[in-house]
Design a protein around this ligand. Structure first.
Ligand SMILES: NC(=O)c1ccc[n+]([C@@H]2O[C@H](COP(=O)([O-])OP(=O)(O)OC[C@H]3O[C@@H](n4cnc5c(N)ncnc54)[C@H](O)[C@@H]3O)[C@@H](O)[C@H]2O)c1
Length: 262
């Protein structure tokens, strides 16, 4: 009988840092890559979520409590990771917050909080990771989790939309600046993703605008992260990939435009 050659996972032994990995999309990505044989370091401010992960996995996992707004905490996390595993191959920047607040009601502190976590934290993390990847001379992948909100306005999301538009441009410029080092930088822009934080009536109304008719599961976003960080992707960089069930393709859900249409 012919034996089927077993293909080794692309990610066996690959070293990932996932910010925001204690919950939601980040957590799904931690589970996804551990199941592929990767080593995953999780950096998150949520100690409770990190403890749950520690109880679940006995190997190939590092957890580090920290705040993406603090350059020294990111540097310390990467020092630990490099000491343990001798380097980093993939960064997934998934840390983020999405509170609602109209601009006219917004205090300066709230604006700063969203911009600092969603955008400045990405700058600080990507900068440190890129410096290390360059020193390693081994290339690598950086994936930021932005949002369709980078190009699509919604009431109450002035700070959020601005942060994601900034994150998209950070991603593109980084892709240019790191191309010579074999480091590919892309962003996943989810539409609506299942999350305990989302109001059910918002999800129901929003889902009617999505051709696939539902929010994404966090695992569907991690699948996309696998696609763009696998060895099959050797030529895509600086791109913003919508994982949104068709939401950003146009005006789904309208009736016929022409009175005479049958
Ligand atoms: N859920 C959605 O519908 C949706 C849609 C588009 C984009 N996104 C983006 O995806 C990313 C993940 O969202 P999610 O739905 O998984 O949310 P989530 O709240 O489940 O996960 C976000 C994680 O980031 C961590 N975090 C927050 N502030 C931090 C800080 N200062 N330092 C370190 N970690 C911090 C949180 O503790 C949490 O574990 C976010 O950037 C979000 O903007 C989400």
């Amino acid at each position: 009988m012919k034996e089927v050659a077993k293909q080794l996972s692309d990610f066996e032994g690959k070293r990932l840092l996932i910010t925001g990995g204690a919950s939601g999309i980040g957590l799904a990505t931690v589970n996804h890559f551990l199941s592929k044989g990767a080593k995953v370091a999780v950096f998150d401010i949520n100690q409770e979520g990190l403890t749950k992960l520690e109880n679940q996995y006995q190997q190939d996992l590092l957890t580090m409590e920290g705040d993406v707004r603090r350059a020294n905490e990111i540097a310390r996390a990467l020092d630990i990771m490099v000491e343990e595993w001798d380097g980093i191959d993939i960064l997934v920047y998934s840390a983020g917050i999405f509170p609602d607040m109209r601009i006219i009601d917004m205090e300066e502190e709230e604006w700063d909080r969203v911009l600092d976590i969603n955008l400045k934290g990405a700058f600080l993390t990507c900068r440190n990771v890129a410096q290390r990847m360059i020193a390693q001379r081994s290339g690598g992948h950086i994936v930021t989790i932005s949002s369709g909100s980078y190009q699509s306005a919604r009431i109450g999301s002035g700070h959020y939309c601005a942060s994601k538009a900034g994150l998209v441009m950070l991603t593109k410029v980084l892709a240019f600046e790191l191309a010579d080092y074999g480091i590919q930088v892309n962003s996943i822009a989810p539409g609506l993703v299942e999350s305990e934080l989302l109001d059910p009536s918002y999800v129901q109304t929003f889902s009617k605008r999505i051709p696939l008719g539902r929010p994404a599961k966090p695992t569907e976003v991690s699948g996309a992260i696998e696609m763009i960080t696998s060895s099959l992707n050797t030529y895509m960089t600086g791109q913003i990939i919508p994982i949104d069930g068709g939401l950003s393709s146009g005006h789904y859900g309208l009736p016929n435009s022409n009175k005479q249409a049958r």
